[in-house]
Every structure is written in C-alpha cells, then in structure tokens.
Design a protein around this ligand. Sequence first.
Ligand SMILES: [Zn+2]
Ligand SMILES: [Zn+2]
Length: 307
Amino acid sequence: MNRDRFTVTFWGVRGGYPTPGPTTVKYGGNTTCVEIEVGKHRLIIDGGTGIIPLGRKIMQEHFATGEPIYATILITHTHHDHTQGFPFFVPTRLPESYLNFFGPKLLFGEPFEEFLGRVMHPPVFPIGLEELYSKRCIEETGRGDTIILTDPHELAQHYALGDAIPDTPDDVVIIKVDHGYHHPKNGILFYRISYKGHSVVIATDTEGYIGVDRRLVKFAQAADLLIHDAEYDEHEYAEEAVLRQGWGHSTWGMAVDVARAAEVKQLALIHHSPQHDDAYLEGMVTKAQAIFSNTILACEGESVELL
Ligand SMILES: [Zn+2]
Ligand SMILES: [Zn+2]
C-alpha cells in the first residue's frame, strides 16, 4: 500500500437528516462524515450516517489484509447529524479495532465519553458501547490543543494550549483544534490536519460574521483545502418568513469570504441543506465559483488529493 498519501474523502455531506432519493443521488444524502487517509493514519471526522458505508469499506480492507484496524475519530460536536451513524459503524464491534476518539468538552457537565455511550444505549439501541469488543481511547479536546500522531500503534500525543510542543519530524500528522462559538449551544470544534507541509481545515456547522470570522481566517490561513459549512443560499439566510440567522450555519457567500481572506487553495462546500436537491446545489456552487473559482461541492464518494 502507498503510505505517502493525504487523501480527503467525503462519505457524508448532508446536514440535518439523511436525504436518500433520486433528487440527491449525485451529491449524496448521508449526514456528515469525512475520511482523511494521511501517511500511515486514518482519520474520521464526525459520525453522521456517512460513517456506515465507510465502516463497511474498512471491514472489507480488514478481511482482505488481516491487519488490525486503527482510526482516529475527531468529533466536531455532538448534534444528531454528526453522531447518528455510530451505532452502525461495524469496526467498533471488533477486538482487532483500536479507535482513538476526540470530542468536545460539553457545556452541560456530561463527560464526552458518557455522551458517546448514550448515542447507542438501550433502550434506543440493542447494544451499549461498553459491550463492544473494540479497544477505545476517548478523550476531550478543545481550543488551542495540539494532537500529534506518530505511529498508528501508539496513542496520540495530546498537548493543551501553553504546553511545550516538541519538535517533530516532517512525516507525523499534526492536528490543531480551535473552538467556534457560533453554533448552538455548545459551539463547534474546528480541526486543522497537517502533514508534510500540506493541510486541510474542517469548519462545518459554523455561521459567518459580517466582516468574516477572523479567528477562523487565522486558523485556516493558506490551507490547501477548507471544508466549510454552506447550508444556505444567500436569500434563505435573510428571508423574513423563516429567519435563519443565529441557527449556526453559513451561506455559500460566508464560506467564500473565509476562503478568500484565508487565502486557501481550494474550498469545499459541505453540510448541504436537506431541502436542496442536486440541481439547486449546482446553482449555489456556480455562484460561489464566480467569486472564488476553486470551489467545489463536497460530493459523497469523491476524494481530494492533497499530496
Ligand atoms: Zn450539522
Ligand atoms: Zn450542529
């Protein structure tokens, strides 16, 4: 296998709830899940329903190679559309799986590990997390943290803001974490994943500011790929019948503003509204491309190569 890779694959691109059917078949109806294969590592961002087919692919690889399963799973926040696929993520059930979870500190005093257990706990699901055979390390993370992945066989090195971070060789994976406050009610974690001088930033479920989210612009500066929430068309956001301001999502224009200010190389619009079909999404991205030409729609099953 070619280990020198930095590949971003979209497994779920939809916000809110899954939207199967002929009008969404091109860009996909699964909720948020992004796989990043980088160096020797597999990272998974969020566990919307897209993580279910990803789990099936990982199982096929496992049965074909006989190798253990290693994955680092980064959760942006705990809303349903980012966690509802976990109960059906089959690698959690295997003793040959080593899963390292990172998720947010929750406002309501509940440890992230307990929340994760609640996603698939009887009576809403027949099997509890504690009954699964996989080996799991579940950690909380937040603004200013740095997570360093050296070897998949070893636990991640986790540093808080202000900790001295050791010099690292070029071929380790470095994850930086920031906290966006503009998504109800616990905010959102942004992740920046870097490897060999290239980087991808994911900023889903975030709402733009007039004059741009300056902290996000700084966090995403010069990234190769920015994956940014673009749930709304411009007129929807400001429509008076259903005011969406404050709901914690962006327009394509807000995503473009961040991409331009941060001087990223490429922008992928994600968290497509369940009310938008394929044709509508293409109309939105055409308008975005007129301002920032290297813009794509995150599309289920498609990959972006960063190396
Ligand atoms: Zn969402
Ligand atoms: Zn959300």
